[in-house]
Write a protein that binds this ligand. Structure first.
Ligand code: BYC
Length: 356
């Protein structure tokens, strides 16, 4: 939560994260103002130049030389993130026509529209790495690229919309704020804008749950039920434990990832405990307790076997989500055709003007 509407201390409410986004933005501007070492002296110097730029916390830009594996890793991660934003519109979109008031409906519409925008920023960032949007969409539709496990769970009640905002957007922000300092410029810049918008998303979800948990006993029970169902899938969003994370070591060396999956998961848990207290809701973990030595909460890990099943396509809603996306893509074919024809017409007109 980003703000003090609910009387939470700033740090406990996650307000510090928005400050981190602003600091990352300032660092980006400062790095851009600093002179980078000039171009590499020769082709033999390409890898050295890349390593120096990363080491100096400056940004690798699309025209710079980069190791092929760095490019592929970025495409994989950015595309997965873009697909998550687009698929992530479905569980909440499910409630647009059933939102409990006009105000709630307008807010939810704007939020879901924001997710589409985030998908677009991210597809555009991936395209700077030499892959087209069409290729990326094909990779999603034929199951060769992934999207976040979290969107394979159903939204059964209105409180789930609150839980998605509070927990899912909350986990997303904890994961994404460090990406504002990613070594690849276009991704870092996209993440700054996304994180600022996500902060409102998280806050709107928290406000829905706050209203429900301070409402009738039935409403409070609905909020608790949503927390019970979304807690562990939200913890699983951070990925497998560090020991089983295949990409973390290399991604951290390249400064794509800045913290490990477990470090971010811990940070998320520590942030949520006080927020749940303010809501008057109970995190469904009997072993959740403060560890004075570690200065962090001990907690029960999510079921990583379940995570792997969901990632491999066998979650409660995987088939439904992909079928819906394929249908939406097919239904949108005429829009793409019309846009392509219009662009061709404009290009021909411009060519004629230049020739005249
Ligand atoms: N779901 O080596 P690891 C949002 C895969 S959307 C699915 O640790 P990495 C929002 C992983 O890809 C939130 N797959 O990987 C939108 C890898 O498989 P491959 C999306 C997962 O990349 C709408 C394998 O498991 N956010 O914000 O170092 C509404 C091994 O993992 C998951 C992002 O995408 C998972 N949960 O770390 C509301 C953020 N976890 O590719 C909110 C950007 C792991 O080798 N992404 N896998 O076949 C990242 O930060 C990183 O990619 C991850 C995983 C932390 C997710």
């Amino acid at each position: 939560m980003y703000g003090n509407d609910f009387g939470a201390p700033e740090e406990a409410s996650g307000g510090g994260l928005l400050g981190e986004v602003e600091a990352a933005e300032a660092a980006l501007r400062e790095a851009a103002a600093r002179q980078r070492r000039g171009a590499p002296a020769s082709d033999d110097d390409l890898a050295g130049f890349f390593a120096e730029v990363v080491e100096a916390d400056q940004k690798i830009e699309p025209r710079d030389w980069m190791p092929e594996a760095y490019r592929k890793t970025l495409i994989r991660q950015i595309a997965q993130h873009a697909h998550s934003e687009i698929i992530g519109m479905q569980p909440e979109g499910n409630w647009i026509s059933r939102a409990p008031s006009l105000k709630r409906k307008a807010i939810l519409l704007a939020k879901v529209q924001d997710e589409a925008g985030h998908g677009l920023y991210l597809y555009a960032a991936a395209e700077t790495l030499g892959i087209s949007r069409d290729e990326l969409v094909d990779l999603l539709l034929n199951g060769r690229q992934k999207y976040s496990s979290i969107f394979n769970y159903p939204t059964l009640t209105w409180a789930d919309v609150g839980a998605i905002g509070w927990l899912v957007d909350g986990a997303a922000i904890v994961n994404q704020v460090p990406l504002c300092r990613c070594s690849y410029g276009p991704y870092a810049r996209a993440m700054i804008r996304i994180c600022k918008e996500e902060s409102f998303h998280q806050r709107q979800g928290y406000e829905i749950l706050h209203t429900l948990s301070h409402g009738t006993p039935e409403q409070k029970a609905m909020a608790q039920d949503a927390l019970d169902r979304w807690w562990y899938p939200s913890l699983a969003m951070f990925g497998p434990p560090d020991g089983e994370s295949t990409h973390s070591t290399q991604s951290m060396a390249w400064k794509i990832k800045r913290f490990s999956n477990d470090e971010l998961r811990q940070r998320f848990v520590d942030m949520c405990v006080q927020q749940a207290e303010i809501l008057g809701l109970t995190i469904p973990d009997p072993d959740l307790r403060w560890n004075d030595e570690r200065q962090a909460y001990d907690f029960t890990q999510p079921d990583y076997d379940e995570l792997m099943r969901v990632i491999s396509g066998d979650g409660p809603c995987n088939r439904q989500r992909m079928a819906h996306r394929r249908q939406a893509h097919a239904d949108g074919a005429w829009v793409r055709e019309a846009a392509t024809a219009y662009a061709a017409k404009r290009a021909a007109e411009n060519k004629e003007k230049v020739a005249a």
